[in-house]
Every structure is written in structure tokens, then in C-alpha cells.
Ligand binder design. Structure first.
Ligand SMILES: NC(=O)c1ccc[n+]([C@@H]2O[C@H](COP(=O)([O-])OP(=O)(O)OC[C@H]3O[C@@H](n4cnc5c(N)ncnc54)[C@H](O)[C@@H]3O)[C@@H](O)[C@H]2O)c1
Length: 338
């Protein structure tokens, strides 16, 4: 059964996380029944509060690395799987073994259970970090992958496992490579903390942005609600089965420019960035060529960067108002966890 069918049963692994929870919001808004499998390592129950009120959401607290859990979750019948559960890039720097265990082996467990359950579509959510040290820009799907971190490498392993399940067992798999996302619910805390929410929260607290390196690194930012919409479009697209597709906005922005835009949006242009030594394995440049996705689906990002930034600043302004202590959960060099 396809995702366009109102009776389609959907599983989202990592559905309590940043991107996963926005995807869940969209799926339940479309009237679909959704199961989330998440161990709440980095996800939050509050992220699913709104979706829970629809009565169409089932949340299972469990670990994707546990085979019986994966089997049980799919036992009642699942038509489409969005696999997002993973541990992130900064985590991979202080705990590469656990990062591999969840991202590569965990993906294999989810794929194995999905095969046994005979799912009709498997969306493997990968990352632009698989391109790593690539040098041909903008990045098309044809560019060779050169991950620079265990995160990028373990996500790429998961991609290859997913592709192999398509080739060997005929599983209808699509591999998606999102570029950087931003928006409400993005992580600022601990080793999950991302650049945009960290810059915003610091500026709201009157502190200068801290840039690792000289600020010349670039990223290609997509508003998270647009990412969710694209993921649903990708799941509905038969032409992408067996294929890999990039998912991003298509504009390259320097990190020092992001810092400048954020302090300007907050009305604190006086906050000049502080510079600190580069993060190991930090990918110098990420800029997507979104042509393949736009050709295969009708997706076009709705949210222009200026609008998305305003909405994101408002979200963190409210968060800080409600919980001024949240700043204590941010560490500056947040990959250097003991
Ligand atoms: N955020 C981005 O900018 C971005 C960019 C490219 C790709 N992605 C990909 O999108 C997906 C979601 O990323 P995100 O930013 O929402 O991250 P996130 O950390 O918010 O979400 C991941 C979720 O997985 C859960 N999880 C972790 N380990 C688990 C385990 N062993 N078992 C069950 N659940 C587990 C976490 O609790 C969390 O809710 C990931 O696959 C990531 O690689 C994200």
C-alpha cells in the first residue's frame, strides 16, 4: 500500500527527533496512522505531543539495535518505513564504536525486520556528510562519496546495506541524502547541538557566536518542514525506488555569513564572532544540486531562508523565555565529551 493511500501504515524510526517529529506531524495531518520507534536518547516526548492528540500515533520506546524490538514493532503490519534513528556526527568523534553500532548495525536490524514484514517501501534517510571530502560542486548524486567521519562512513554503510536489500531481496528501497536542516526543535544541547540554534541561543543571551575554523566552511540549509514534505513526496515516487537522491535547498552559505545573519535578525550586530580551532573531520563545503529530486517529484522548498530564520529565532526566543536554564545544556566544543 502506498503512502498516498489513507490506510497506509507508516513506521518512523527516530520519530521523536528533530526531523522525525516534523515528519510525524505531517503524516498524521494527512490522516495516516504512524508508529514511532525511538529510544529517546536524543528525541523528546514533547516533540510528539501535538501528533499524539490526533489519536493516530503509537509511540514505542525501544532500540533499533535490538532485533526482537524491530520485529515486534513491525509485527502488526507496516507498509512504509522512514528510517531516521541514528547518532550524530559529533557523537561519532567521541564514541566511534557506538556510532557505528547504531548507525550501521542498527540500520541492518531495521532492514532485516522490514524484509521479514514485507514492507512496501523503505526510505533510508542518509546524510550529505557521505560526500565528505568531495570537490565537485554543486553536489549531484553522481559525485563519489568520501566521508571524513565515522558518522558519514556509518551512514554510508547503512545506505549500502539498504541498496543491497533492494538488489538481493527486491525490497523497494530509496536512499535519501538530506543536507543541513534548521528550524524549530533543532538540537542545541550536548553533542547533538547544531550551528544555527547554538548561534541563536548565544546571541539571544548576549553572547557572540563561536565559529570553529575561519568561517569559510559552507552549508546548504533546508527548513525542516520542507524536508518533511520532500520525504513524503520521495516515498510516493515509484521512479526513485532503487535509487539515491539528494535533498536540500540549493544555496551555499558560509558559516561566518550565517553568524552575521543571525546576530542581525536578533538585533545584535555588535556581537562579533569568536574563532576557535576547527572540529576534526569537519566537511569544508556542502552545496546541493537539487535537480534530480525536483525532476522526480513536484517538490520545491516553500520556505525562503529569511522566513525560516525568523521562525527559528522566534522558537528559540520562546524556549529561552520558558527555560532560561537551557543555556547550561550547551557546551562550546561539544564533540569533546569525556
Ligand atoms: N539534522 C540535520 O541537519 C540532518 C542532515 C542530514 C541528515 N540527517 C539525518 O536525518 C535523520 C534525523 O536526524 P535529526 O537531526 O532529526 O536527529 P535526531 O537526533 O534529532 O533524531 C534521531 C532520533 O533517533 C533516536 N535514536 C538514536 N539512537 C537510537 C536507537 N539506538 N534506537 C532508537 N532510536 C534511536 C534519537 O533518540 C532521536 O530521536 C538522521 O538519520 C540523520 O542522519 C539530519
Amino acid at each position: 500500500m502506498k503512502i498516498t493511500d489513507p490506510d497506509c501504515r507508516v513506521l518512523v524510526t527516530g520519530g521523536a527527533g528533530f526531523i522525525g517529529s516534523h515528519l510525524v506531524d505531517l503524516l498524521v495531518a494527512k490522516g495516516l496512522r504512524v508508529t514511532v520507534l525511538d529510544n529517546f536518547r536524543n528525541g523528546r516526548r514533547e516533540n510528539l505531543a501535538e501528533a499524539g492528540r490526533t489519536g493516530r500515533l503509537r509511540v514505542i520506546e525501544g532500540d533499533i539495535t535490538d532485533a526482537p524490538t524491530c520485529r515486534t514493532v513491525m509485527a502488526g503490519g507496516v507498509d512504509s518505513v522512514f528510517h531516521l534513528a541514528c547518532l550524530g556526527v559529533r557523537h561519532s568523534l567521541h564514541d566511534p564504536l557506538e556510532n557505528h553500532h547504531v548507525n550501521a548495525l542498527g540500520s541492518l536490524q531495521v532492514l532485516t525486520a522490514a524484509r521479514q514484514a514485507g514492507v512496501g517501501r523503505f526510505i533510508y534517510v542518509s546524510t550529505s556528510e557521505v560526500y565528505g571530502a568531495a570537490t565537485a560542486f554543486p553536489l549531484t548524486e553522481a559525485v563519489a562519496t568520501w566521508p571524513t567521519t565515522v558518522y558519514g562512513a556509518s551512514k554510508l554503510a547503512g545506505e549500502h546495506y539498504a541498496a543491497a536489500f533492494g538488489t538481493c531481496y527486491g525490497m523497494p528501497v530509496v536512499r535519501v541524502r538530506p543536507f543541513n536542516n534548521y528550524g524549530p526543535r533543532a538540537h542545541f544541547e550536548g553533542d547533538s547541538g547544531e550551528v544555527i540554534p547554538r548561534f541563536i541561543l548565544r546571541a539571544l543571551a548576549g553572547e557572540a557566536p563561536v565559529i570553529f575554523g575561519d568561517g569559510s566552511h559552507t552549508r546548504d540549509f533546508l527548513y525542516v518542514k520542507d524536508c518533511a514534505e520532500a520525504l513524503v513526496g520521495i516515498a510516493a515516487c515509484d521512479a526513485l525506488v532503487g535509487d539515491v537522491v539528494n535533498l536540500g535547498y540549493g544555496e551555499e552559505v558560509r558559516i561566518d555569513e550565517i553568524a552575521r545573519l543571525i546576530v542581525a535578525a536578533i538585533g545584535r550586530p555588535d556581537l562579533k564572532p569568536e574563532f576557535s580551532a576547527e572540529r576534526p573531520g569537519d566537511v569544508p563545503r556542502l552545496w546541493v544540486d537539487p535537480a534530480k529530486l525536483r525532476g522526480a517529484t513536484s517538490f520545491k522548498p516553500r520556505t525562503r531562508p529569511a522566513e525560516g530564520l525568523v521562525a527559528t529565532v522566534e522558537y528559540y526566543r520562546e524556549l529561552l523565555r520558558a527555560d532560561p536554564g537551557c543555556l547550561s545544556h550547551m557546551q562550546t566544543r561539544n564533540w569533546e565529551v569525556a
